[in-house]
Design a protein around this ligand. Structure first.
Ligand SMILES: O=C[C@H](O)COP(=O)(O)O
Length: 251
């Protein structure tokens, strides 16, 4: 039985005061949801703050990126071991903003994925197509390439302890959500693709949907058979919205 998960991705937003007030509200608002998997992925400078504020709560925290290297002369980079040192649970890898704005290719994403798993954390691997790719009918080809880079990684990246987030690029921050049916179709494809290599892992794999999830559409999305929760951007910055989205896990 797969556990559903809601993970907030704060992206590059917030400051100490705003983060404290957001977390205070969210912690109180989801306290009754003990047993549900809830995470927030904060910007690096706030890792310590988030770690401290979430101690003894039912929310875990994650990071939004990681270096593919273990250690060394990589100015400005943050290693998986450093994140683990702050009790990080999840690390987003391959977000479309990083693929598009920082030229992260699927091979680099796969190296990051492996680095996260090596430290015992759970990677949230983002995959998804642009509008142009969808309209050209190559959504499945794009997703397959992004998945295969990880599945075919030498040394064997496991999809056993991982989360996949399907994030159609055209739905991110646009207010244009994929319909539950559109999302379900791709989620089902992802699970089937993973099942070719390992049916049990595919069955247990948590696949999140991300892209303009709000309080008013979360339940409908999360009720689809292959949608196991959400990766939430903008709405994770608004306590009432994020709490309602977490509550939608119960339906
Ligand atoms: O990581 C989160 C996604 O990019 C979705 O962002 P959004 O909810 O603001 O559309």
């Amino acid at each position: 039985m797969r556990e559903k998960l809601v993970a907030g991705n704060w992206k590059m937003h917030g400051n100490q005061a705003e983060n404290k007030s957001l977390l205070n509200a969210v912690v109180a608002g989801v306290a009754e949801l003990r047993g549900k998997d809830i995470a927030v992925c904060a910007p690096y400078p706030y890792l310590s703050l988030v770690q401290t504020m979430l101690r003894d709560t039912n929310i875990v925290w994650g990071a939004q990126n990681v270096s593919q290297y273990d250690k060394g002369a990589y100015t400005g980079e943050i290693s998986a071991a450093m994140l683990k040192d702050f009790d990080c649970s999840y690390v987003i890898v391959g977000h479309s903003e990083r693929r598009a704005l920082y030229n992260e290719d699927s091979h680099t994403v796969a190296l990051k994925y492996v680095a996260v798993q090596r430290e015992g954390m759970v990677p949230i691997l983002c995959v998804g197509e642009t509008l142009e790719q969808r309209e050209s009918g190559i959504t499945e080809k794009i997703i397959s390439e992004q998945l295969d880079a990880v599945m075919n990684m030498a040394g064997g990246a496991s999809l056993g302890k991982a989360v996949i987030a399907y994030e159609p690029v055209w739905a991110i921050g646009t207010g244009k959500t994929a319909t539950p049916q559109q999302a379900q179709e791709v989620h089902e494809f992802i699970r089937a693709r993973v099942a070719i290599q390992n049916a049990e892992e595919a069955d247990n794999l948590v696949i999140l949907y991300g892209g303009s999830v709000k309080a008013n559409n979360a339940a409908e999305l999360f009720n689809m058979p292959d949608i196991d929760g959400g990766l939430i951007g903008g709405a994770s910055l608004v306590a009432t919205e994020f709490i309602s989205i977490c509550q939608a896990l119960q339906n």
